[in-house]
Design a protein around this ligand. Sequence first.
Ligand code: CP
Ligand code: NVA
Length: 319
Amino acid sequence: MSAVKPKPWLNHLRGRDLLSLGDVSPEEVEGLLDLAEGLKNGAAKGGTSAPLAGKILAMIFDKPSTRTRVSFEAGMSQLGGHALSLNRNELQLGRGETLADTARTLSRYVDGILIRTHSHATVVELARYATVPVINGLTDRFHPCQALADLLTLREKKGRLAGLRVAYVGDGNNVLHSLLYAAAVTGMHLMVATPPGYEPDPEVVAEAESMARSTGAELRFFHDPEAAVRGADAVYTDVWASMGQEEEKERRIRDFQGFQVDSKLMSCAKGDALFLHCLPAYRGLEVSEAVIDGPRSVVFDQAENRLHAQKALLWTLLG
Ligand code: CP
Ligand code: NVA
């Protein structure tokens, strides 16, 4: 075993679900990031251990995925375990078997279940009936694994999270919802600019604001991208039309005019501001090619950090 291992206060996360970052305390988030950093550095030095030897993760995908699928599968293998990638149509779930029966059956075979699906209620129901940990690999409402990787990236590049000023420009979607919790739980300031009508869910905002009270995170909301980006240490955007919103794409392209993160908008941020995007990205829509492929972009570090952050999560929940 390498010296890298979960801090003792992460022990009580063992066996728990990760449905939203709203479920995780500031100490737990810090512990997960420390473990992820240790795993990343340990891997770079060739150090390996197999804390999940013999463990199996079932992964159910109701939507496409590159990063989530491959990073979870690679992460399980690197920790000595194994992952099974399943899609609904290959399961009896696709023929009408209930989610509850699927959850109870899978729990007899595997040690954890990852699910990417449409409605957040589906993940909540799966978790209710599963007797093994359930991890949310993205719903229409949240993307907590992405937010953990975003925190890891920002901490690695800027040396801290508390007090950092991050701007999010774009749609008030799942990625923003999880970023709001991530900021609230770490004391990071998040300045959000969305077009009118595309604001984040008020319930999520209220919960994030209540979490922010104890960490000092400032959460502010604008309709003017420049106002949000002014003085930012990092600028984050995501697609204008998420998975499942393909039919709204043309209308959204019209409604999001002026919200592209381009060099002019980046010039409102600090001189050393980073550019983040969860990917996949659409150059020429939410971000210009010059920005995403430019020197301030850390999008592939962010993608890599999915692997390290999720390995820390898997070890903690399933170990
Ligand atoms: N960022 C992210 O979740 O990517 P995938 O859709 O490729 O998994
Ligand atoms: N908001 C995007 C994120 C993709 C990782 C979507 O839900 O499609």
